[in-house]
Design a protein around this ligand. Sequence first.
Ligand code: F6P
Length: 366
Amino acid sequence: TSRIAVLTSGGDAQGMNAAVRGAVRTALHLGAEVFAIYEGYQGMVDGGDGIRQVGWDDVGNVLHRGGTMIGTYRSKDFRERAGRLRAAANLVERGIDRLIVIGGDGSLSGLDLFRQEWPGLLAELADTGRIDQALADAHPALMIAGLVGSIDNDLVGTDMTIGADSALHRIVDAIDAIASTAASHQRSFVVEVMGRHCGYLALMSAIAGGCDYVLIPEHPPADGWEDRMCAELRRGRAAGRRDSIVIVAEGAQDREGRPITAAYVRDTIEQRLDEDTRVTILGHVQRGGRPSAFDRWASTWLGHAAAEEVLAATPESVAHVVGIRGNRIAKVPLMQAVERTREVPAAISRGDYAEAMRLRGGSFTE
Ligand code: F6P
């Protein structure tokens, strides 16, 4: 019988519960024994009660809940080889050699490193007498599947990451709320949204919320953007618009790579337009609360596909991220997806904004 474990890692995202549920139930249906690892990679490093066998009912009543029921962690221990050695011991002692990780690009590259190191880690555990050689021989490879759980929607090669749709809903709700108070006072608002190096949430919420101006990391504005932004806001006022809303991605920057902060945008509007301006930083509200319908069904589908993928894997299989592309499940090579994701900030700092945008929309079949 195959033994498989599931964990969530990095920032939580709405829909992670649906993914865990989909993965656990599919794996059970396919005859595997399934374990949940609590508190992300840290639970795998610590072992003990952090790795628990789960059944069908253990993942019930979670579809509608935000966050992750099995906890998450930004584990420092797992970044060290010593931590990964302990993690390998904890898995192999339980006969687990298949792993599904739901997390962002950092979590997924850690997963791939762990997979590469696995034979060496087991050899070391056997050589030092921590495990039997027979146990090491019985589990020559770690078979993995990654799912992208991140509100940022930043993984190159996939259309939507788990949580991005819910976060976008949360932001657009907030914009609607801000628009009514802004309109009452004829004020300007600067709204800062999350996304790390990715402008997806900022761009889509600005369009969906009918906002006036947006600043995203992938396309730093050319010099003089303050004048152009203020001209745009002035034009809106002249046309009778009672509210002005500017969306700033938390990773927004100028062409010299200097951050463009919400406070700077506010000061600029106040000074140049002599308007009463307020900043709202939405923060972790974007990551909390109930998942959208999309995040529930898509994450269920992704969890299902990840369980199928990891149970069908052999020691020779290429490691994949299981994502959604063009309304289909798409399996993209894990390390290539992570590497191309990291090329985006590199392209931005070279000033190659067209390349940054091309990478964001890129796929592995083009
Ligand atoms: O990656 C998800 C995310 O919410 C980013 O948008 C944000 O930059 C970061 O995590 C915040 O991290 P933390 O929850 O550790 O403050």
